[in-house]
Design a protein around this ligand. Structure first.
Ligand code: FPP
Length: 243
């Protein structure tokens, strides 16, 4: 399938409410071209812009993008600094366009270790776009699923909940994603079959799709293929009836 207008693709019966994307393979994409890994991350940001546009065209209401995990600090300092710089540059270059296109930016994760300047920039971008309704683009930066659950448990205890009051709804309401629907579909690029601590609670009943291409090559046609596969899945949520 070539890059083409999304309206030229056959219509899809179901559009997932919430798609999570593990944008994997930037490093290998760059290395396979004899380029430094950071070039792959740059290409990854370019691609993110294209995929967000396609998500709007396809009518996906919410996407959560795994940009930096709590484990990514273990990478060489140069790469970590490069990713932080890329986040800063992307905020400067992309926010106005995203705002114009009705994208509401959100963040999940822990911003504490970031510089005061970067934190301020992030808060300004979230504030600017907070009333937009075309697409919620939720950026997981310094995010870890286990850490999110630990933080939720701490807050629940600190707020004085009794044992009997603790329900799935209470836990969900204390996660970073409070108010967002659970994941319907998780896409991971580059052929790897791991969750890597990404939205482990919210993805309990999600469908998982592994794309065979590196993230910078995951284009509109690949997104469409993922949605087509999602449409062919039987979702039974543990029951016997197809939902
Ligand atoms: C995984 O590829 C990618 C990341 C750890 C970073 C993802 C970031 C982007 C797509 C850019 C958007 C980010 C910002 C900062 C806005 P990898 O490095 O694990 O690739 P590899 O598995 O081939 O080594």
């Amino acid at each position: 399938m070539n890059e083409q207008d999304i309206n030229e693709y056959p219509p899809l019966e179901k559009i997932p409410n919430h798609v999570g994307i593990i944008m994997d393979g930037n490093g290998r994409w760059a290395r396979s071209r004899g380029k430094p890994r950071l070039m792959g991350h740059r290409a990854g940001v370019e691609n993110l812009r294209r995929v967000l546009r396609a998500a709007v065209e396809l009518g996906i209401p919410t996407v959560t993008l795994y940009a930096f995990s709590t484990e990514n600090w273990k990478r060489p300092e140069k790469e970590v600094r490069g990713l932080l710089r890329l986040l800063e540059e992307s905020l400067i270059s992309e926010v106005d366009e995203l705002h114009k296109n009705g994208v509401q930016l959100r963040h999940i994760g822990n911003l504490d270790p970031l510089s005061a300047n970067l934190k301020k920039q992030i808060h300004e971008a979230l504030e600017l776009t907070k009333d937009n309704t075309q697409l919620i683009a939720n950026i997981a930066f310094n995010y870890g699923g286990r850490q999110e659950i630990v933080e939720a448990v701490r807050n629940i205890i600190a707020e004085g909940y009794t044992v009997d009051q603790i329900t799935e709804e209470v836990v969900s309401a204390h996660l970073y994603t409070a108010g967002l629907p659970d994941l319907d579909l998780v896409i991971r690029t580059s052929g790897e079959m791991r969750i890597s601590n990404f939205l482990i609670w919210q993805g309990a009943y999600a469908e998982y799709y592994i794309a065979p291409v590196f993230w910078p090559d995951f284009d509109k046609a690949e997104l469409y293929k993922a949605l087509q596969t999602y449409n062919q899945r039987d979702r039974r949520f543990g029951g016997l009836q197809k939902i």
